[in-house]
Design a protein around this ligand. Structure first.
Ligand code: SF4
Ligand code: SF4
Length: 99
């Protein structure tokens, strides 16, 4: 994607990465997640799940930006995304957050 100007804080912003998880047998093949993913990460599989539906698979994993749209839009809670570089917070950070 090409922007008409570079944001002033572009060098400080770190693009998040996500890891997609599928619960294949919950899927009913509606394709919402494939259709609305802003990064075209997902495609429909040619295989079937136990219910007889095609389900999505991850085509370009490194394009996922952990936006959670697929997770929010799925009517069957069959897909979710986790941050790829999630780090456990230290006890100190947790205490600071409480203050
Ligand atoms: S989290 Fe966002 S970018 Fe990643 S697969 Fe889902 S909709 Fe696409
Ligand atoms: S939105 Fe959910 S039910 Fe629809 S194809 Fe994607 S994973 Fe399957």
């Amino acid at each position: 994607m090409r922007y008409w100007r570079v944001p002033l804080d572009a060098e400080k912003v770190k693009i998040p990465r996500g890891e997609i998880h599928l619960i294949i047998n919950r899927c009913k093949g509606c394709e919402f997640c494939v259709e609305f993913c802003p990064r075209d990460v997902l495609v429909m599989s040619k295989d079937y799940n136990v219910k007889g539906y095609h389900y999505p698979e991850v085509a370009v994993p490194d394009q996922c930006v952990n936006c959670d749209l697929c997770q929010v839009i799925c009517p069957d809670f069959a897909i979710f995304c986790l941050p790829q570089d999630a780090e456990a917070k230290s006890d100190e950070e947790v205490k600071d957050g409480e203050g």
